[in-house]
Design a protein around this ligand. Sequence first.
Ligand SMILES: *Cc1c(COP(=O)(O)O)cnc(C)c1O
Length: 404
Amino acid sequence: MDAKTNRFISLDERITAHNYSPLPIVISRAKGIFAYDVYGRRYFDMLSAYSALNQGHLHPKIVAAAKRQLGKVSLTSRAFHNEQMGPFLEKLCGLAGMEMALPMNSGAEGVETAIKAMRLWGYKAKGIPEDMAEIIVVADNFHGRTTTIVGFSSDPDSRIGFGPATPGFKTIPYDDASALERAVNKNTCGFLVEPIQGEAGVRIPSPIYLKEVRRICTEQNVLFCADEIQTGLGRTGAMFCVDNSGVRPDMFVLGKALSGGLYPISAVLAGREVLGLFTPGTHGSTFGGNPLASAIGSASLDVIVKEKLAKNALEMGTLFLERLSSLDHPLIREVRGRGLLIGLEFRKPIAKDFCRLLLKGGLLAKDTHQYTVRFAPPLIIKKAQIEAAFKIVYNAMNSIKERE
Ligand SMILES: *Cc1c(COP(=O)(O)O)cnc(C)c1O
C-alpha cells in the first residue's frame, strides 16, 4: 500500500474503535459522483454514503445554501423560533403528503422519535393501557444503532453484547402480510418496516406486500411507519419507495439524503393526530431543526425536485440493472434492484473481496453481509457514466473467472 494511504489507515486503526472495517482507500476530496484519494486518483462513488449523497458530493446549490446560512445564524435551539425550519418542513410535508414534521439529526434518532410517537399515539389515542404498547418489526431490519433499536435487530453483530433489550417489540418475518395479521393485538400501536431492506442486501418484497400492510394497519387501527431513510428521496425511482406500490403510510422516517450529505438531518412525518400529541417537554433535540440544517435540507429537496432525480434514478437504474443482468457468471446468484438501489448477490461469501477488486478498478461499493454488493450511486449519474462504471464491474467479474 502507498505510504500516505498507509499512514492514515494505521492512525485510524490505532485511534478509532474498530466498529467498521473500511476498504483501504483514504478519500481526500469528492465532487458529484466521484471521490478522489490522497493521490488524486478518481473513483466512481457507488455507495453514496449509504444513499446520503443522492444529490452527489458537494452539490453547488446545496453548498451555496449552506454558505448563505453560515453568514447568518447556525444554531438557535428550539427555545426560540428561526426563519428556516418552518419553510423547510412545509416543503418536506408537501412532498410527502403529510401534515406535520418533527426534525431530528441522525436516522436512528428519527426512528427513536417515530417509536416514541407510535407509543404516545397508542396510549393517548388508541387507549392502550400504560406501558403495554407493542410495536411490530420485521426480521433482518436495519433501523440504526441506538440501544432500543439494536434490541430488536435480528443481526447478532448488532444486538449481542448490548442487552438487555428494550421490551415492547415483536418480530415477524419480512414480506409476510399474514404474519402481520396474526401478530397484531389490541396493544399494537405500530408496524415499523423498510419498503426495501437496504442493509439486509437490497431485499425487495412482493408487489402486494405493502398494499396488504396498508390494509391490515387500517383495519386493525395500527400505525404504518415506513423507514425511508435509505429508500426515500428519489433513490428507488420514485420520491418515496412506497409510491412504487401506490400506498401511503401513516408515518415516514427520513434522513440521509435529506441533507444531500452535508450534515446529519432526519425527520419524522405524520398526521396531526400523531405528531400533534407531543406537548412541550415530551421530546426534543438541541440541534434538531436548526437553521443551518433547515437551509441545507430545503436546498437538498429543491435539487431532488428540480433536477428530477427520481426519474433519472429510474432510467439509469433500469440501464444499470440491465447491464448487470447480462453478466453471465456461475458465481452470481441474482441481480435485483429498484431505481438506483441495486444488489448483486453471489453464491459464495465473496462480496467484500469483490469490492476490493472494484476499488482497484476505480469504483467504490460496499458489501452487505458477505454475499451481496450494493450499487447505489448518486442519482445525478449520467448514461455514459453508468456504462463506464459497468465496464469496471465487468472487468472485475472477468478477473474472478480468470483466477478460477
Ligand atoms: C442508515 C439507516 C438508518 C440509520 O441512520 P443513521 O443516520 O446512521 O442513524 C436507519 N434506517 C435505515 C433504513 C437506514 O438505512
